[in-house]
Design a protein around this ligand. Structure first.
Ligand SMILES: [Zn+2]
Length: 261
């Protein structure tokens, strides 16, 4: 896997070598670029980030329909005690579980009842994920049309599709059109993909009329500088107006997450 150490890329990102370094380098960027970050991870990790980052960190933890942990009762407790403000990033696609699988149902019902936003992975994993870490990952589960049954069953559910269902633009546009409560984010595709492809996909969603439902995301994982790179890709986007940049970088998420504006 020599490409991991010597990637064919003009500006490779340097990962952090410890959890502490990852947090400190990220928080530095969060402060310097005026970010309020919905940060996702296991409850004990995210509690640490919240303690270090204060108001700038919105803690989130995923539900996991395969493992069944945390349980629905535990998730309920985390919400009522304000330990988490969202369920994200739900990684069902990596486990070969489509978004409309019955195993997702109890969690959707809980999120709807508690009025908690849910962010689920719908789109790309690392290239070849199926062959080196997620044997059940299937790209076809990126279709946002899989959300139709879910949204129809839970009309008050505040659901967003992470990675905007890339590359299935037709399905994403269809779902956004038919279900006005659905939002998407542009994590990973905004910094890791060829510029032309990312801007083209983003523009397609905007041209179809959905500029008010596209939220910025970084999905920095272990690369703190990905956050900066992702912000730059929106701020430097050649075809976006200042108002569209503001909507994507702030207004849309502030509305969806009901932050004080
Ligand atoms: Zn993801």
């Amino acid at each position: 896997m020599s490409f991991v150490k010597h990637p064919p890329c003009e500006s490779p990102l340097q990962s952090a070598s410890t959890d502490e370094e990852l947090m400190q380098r990220t928080l530095k960027i969060v402060r310097s670029r005026n970010v309020t970050a919905l940060a996702s991870g296991p409850p004990e990790v995210i509690a640490k980030w919240k303690e270090a980052g204060g108001e700038r960190i919105l803690p989130a933890t995923p539900f996991d329909p395969k493992a069944g942990k945390p349980t629905v009762a535990e998730l309920r407790q985390m919400v009522t005690s304000k330990q988490v403000v969202a369920f994200a990033e739900v990684g069902q696609q990596y486990d070969g579980i489509p978004a409309n699988d019955p195993r997702m149902e109890p969690y959707y019902a809980l999120a709807e009842e508690l009025d908690v936003p849910v962010g689920i992975h719908m789109g790309p994993g690392p290239p070849g994920a199926t062959y080196f870490f997620a044997p059940d990952y299937r790209m076809r589960f990126s279709s946002l049309l899989l959300l139709e049954d879910v949204l129809a069953r839970h009309p008050k559910l505040r659901l967003w599709a992470m990675h905007a269902g890339w590359p299935l633009g037709d399905d994403a546009i269809g779902a956004l059109y038919a279900h006005p409560q659905l939002y998407v984010d542009i994590g990973i595709i905004d910094y890791a993909f060829p510029r032309k492809e990312f801007y083209g996909y983003l523009q397609r969603l905007i041209d179809a009329g959905f500029e008010n439902r596209i939220m910025f995301g970084s999905d920095e994982m272990v690369w703190p500088d990905a956050l900066s790179a992702a912000i730059d890709s929106i701020q430097n986007a050649p075809s976006l107006t200042p108002a569209q940049k503001r909507d994507i970088l702030y207004n849309n998420a502030a509305r969806f997450l009901r932050l004080k504006q």
